[in-house]
Ligand binder design. Structure first.
Ligand SMILES: CC(C)(COP(=O)(O)OP(=O)(O)OC[C@H]1O[C@@H](n2cnc3c(N)ncnc32)[C@H](O)[C@@H]1OP(=O)(O)O)[C@@H](O)C(=O)NCCC(=O)NCCS
Length: 174
């Protein structure tokens, strides 16, 4: 990953540049994004502050070249220990270690600060690079969803993956 890359929290002012990234070719196809999502909906999402989620961007100069985050999957009190993970790197910056750097930063947040026990995600079954990255960072395959999503007129399978906290915090001995 180049020295010029800055990783920081995502802000509402980043909405337009994040939308541009998420809709770009080489990224969009592997996400559950719809084409032409209005920027307004992303501004709304980014305006909501929630200490239980983590949203990051990576900047190369003024350009947002990556977006990654951990979000709550449901409001159920019984799933407060769970976060979903999403990540997208601009095609110009893929394969240079940025995905790994962002994932490691999210995992540090989850393990050290966020009281997260389980992180879950789904990934298109043909997304070899993403599956390799997740596997190296301790995510396990949990199963295969058949015809999980429509992609450019075809149904594609997805792999469910999850990672448990490697060393969950314990109460100290009093
Ligand atoms: C998938 C994605 C997040 C990976 O991030 P990245 O910055 O490109 O990947 P990295 O350079 O950090 O490499 C990650 C690992 O995968 C390995 N890798 C790279 N290309 C690979 C390939 N084609 N097949 C298998 N492994 C590959 C690397 O060797 C690296 O492992 P290492 O750190 O142990 O050496 C990124 O390419 C991306 O955003 N793609 C488009 C959107 C997407 O697929 N999002 C995920 C949806 S679930």
């Amino acid at each position: 990953m180049g020295d010029s890359i800055v990783i920081r929290s995502a802000e509402p002012a980043d909405a337009e540049r994040i939308s541009e990234l998420m809709g770009s070719s080489g990224v969009f196809e592997q996400l559950l994004q719809m084409p032409d999502v209005p920027v307004a909906s992303r501004i709304e999402t980014l305006r909501v502050t929630d200490a239980q989620i983590c949203r990051l961007v990576a900047l190369d100069g003024d350009r947002v070249v990556a977006h990654a985050g951990l979000h709550k999957t449901q409001n159920s009190i019984r799933r407060q220990h769970v976060r979903g993970l999403g990540i997208a790197i601009a095609s110009s910056h893929q394969g240079q270690g940025l995905g790994r750097a962002l994932m490691e930063r999210l995992l540090r947040w989850a393990d050290g600060w966020g009281a997260v026990l389980r992180i879950e995600l789904t990934v298109n079954a043909d997304n070899e690079r993403a599956i390799a990255l997740y596997s190296r960072l301790g995510f396990m395959h949990e199963g295969r969803h058949l015809a999980y999503a429509l992609r450019n007129g075809q149904y594609v399978d997805a792999i469910a993956m999850a990672r448990m906290h490697p060393c969950p915090p314990m109460l100290p001995a009093w």
